[in-house]
Design a protein around this ligand. Sequence first.
Ligand SMILES: [Fe+2]
Length: 198
Amino acid sequence: MLTLMQAPEIYKFDAALTDGFFSSLLQLIKLKGANLYMHSQQVANYAVSVAAKMRLPREEIERIRAAAMLHDLGQITVPNTVLTKYPYLSTREMSVFKNHCNAGSYMLENIPACQELIPYIRYHHERWDGKGYPKRLKGVNIPLGARIIAVADHYDRFINPCTENWVKTKDEAIRELLSLSGMAFDSDVVRAFIEALG
Ligand SMILES: [Fe+2]
């Protein structure tokens, strides 16, 4: 007779990458919009390059990759009328938008394999100077994975015509990152990002 196995390996993070659940989450992002999906892929590519440049362990790079793919999962709860107006939002609309960080982590909170991704997703809009959201975490209190995703996210928003209207060249985007280094972003991450871009 078959019995349920106490098999901890099924809850290992790698299992989440290959099973249908992770694919379903990505499909949800795709359904919200092709642009959001492409942005998620780009952010994951950048984040992995930075994590590798910072010589993080392979398992951590994989966690960062998965969290980066899902960092804006919570945006499926934000009306398109709000998303298309960003960043020109009313106070009320801005609070709806900002809630995507909590919404994304809430969706994953009962999934054992995703527990280590949640802080990276929840805190990807925190700022090094403590002026971000949702918790106003500061400096190294922000998980490194979230700090890496934050830089990758902003860079893609600067140069990706599929995101906002802030289309910039690579050089302009790098200058923008450097101007925010040590304020919005961890300067070590910004340095690694620019090195990784080559
Ligand atoms: Fe976001």
